[in-house]
Design a protein around this ligand. Structure first.
Ligand SMILES: Nc1nc2c(ncn2[C@@H]2O[C@H](COP(=O)(O)OP(=O)(O)OP(=O)(O)O)[C@@H](O)[C@H]2O)c(=O)[nH]1
Ligand SMILES: [Mg+2]
Ligand SMILES: [Zn+2]
Length: 282
């Protein structure tokens, strides 16, 4: 019998596909290897379920909506971009960079601020408000999550594949543990930061809520802007796309152009991060 499912695990040529909350061990048909076509975690595939001892076989790969290299995953709908408010210090440049890159890949950002229980400075609160006011989906997490926040997250991730990402030690695995009984390994932050290594080493797909899949990643080591992305950056950075219609020129770079709608409507902090990202590339 043929089914369509999502690949939730891949290691050493072994694959698992989930269909209707049931997990199947599968193997790609020989033709995939012949064509040098790799099956990725996140892929939607057609597979043949066999009776008895015979292995279930992936017969067809459906078109991907997007694809990432490290980790090698596909079809990502949401990126839960995790930033701690303190320890490590709120890194808004990194956050703006990830928001921009994911928006370019048609992935919806959900911004998760962690460690609110350690206190929120006025400066941090101002930064957080800026993301909320720009219309982003924002979750604030500390000791506990409010019922409203939980429902919001459920709604945002339902029937979607979300990936959780952010720098080491910000509390990605801790957050997943809070919502599930997965008990993922978490790190001592001082050690983790000292070594610059992630506690989480592999990409794995978990059920965050019923019908909501999440991939805990060791972060994206290859999330960088490519050359052609820089041409699109003036439109895609943070919320610049929403403000862009008021720009005087089609090719405005929002640096010192008279009549630019973005410079007067953006905070100094945002513009600084934008310029930093723009000039890193050149
Ligand atoms: N006070 C406080 N500590 C937290 C919170 N979230 C995480 N931590 C602590 O921060 C440290 C790092 O948490 P992890 O969940 O391992 O971080 P991670 O983002 O998964 O890190 P990597 O797997 O290395 O990428 C642990 O000591 C956690 O206990 C929080 O909301 N409040
Ligand atoms: Mg982790
Ligand atoms: Zn402009």
């Amino acid at each position: 019998m043929e089914k369509i499912g999502i690949v939730i695990y891949s290691s050493g040529g072994n694959y698992r596909v989930s269909f209707d909350s049931e997990v199947f061990n599968v193997k790609p048909m020989g033709i995939f290897r012949k064509n040098n076509e790799k099956i990725l975690v996140g892929d939607m595939v057609v597979f043949e379920v066999n009776e008895g001892d015979e292995l279930n076989v992936i017969t067809k790969l459906l078109k991907r909506s997007n694809e990432f290299v490290r980790p090698n995953i596909s079809n990502v709908d949401n990126a839960i971009i995790t930033t701690s408010i303190t320890e490590p210090k709120l890194n808004d440049y990194y956050l703006d960079k990830l928001i921009t890159i994911f928006q370019m890949k048609n992935v919806e950002p959900i911004i998760l601020f962690t460690k609110s229980d350690l206190g929120i400075s006025e400066e941090s609160q101002e930064i957080i408000n800026e993301y909320i006011n720009a219309g982003y989906k924002v979750i604030i997490s500390g000791d506990s999550l409010s019922e409203d926040t939980l429902n919001q997250l459920k709604q945002w991730t339902e029937n979607k594949l979300s990936v959780i990402t952010g720098q080491t030690g910000v509390g990605k695995s801790t957050f997943i543990n809070k919502l599930t009984n997965l008990n993922l390994k978490t790190g001592e932050i001082s050690k983790a930061l000292g070594r610059g290594k992630h506690t989480t080493r592999h990409s794995e797909v978990f059920e965050l809520f019923p019908n909501s899949l999440v991939i805990d990643t060791p972060g994206f080591s290859s999330l960088n802007l490519e050359k052609r992305d820089f041409e699109l950056l003036p439109h895609n950075f943070f919320n610049f796309g929403d403000l862009f219609s008021g720009c005087r020129f089609n090719d405005c770079r929002h640096i010192n152009e008279t009549g630019c709608n973005i410079i007067p409507n953006s905070s100094k902090r945002t513009l600084k991060n934008y310029w930093k990202l723009m000039t890193k590339s050149e």
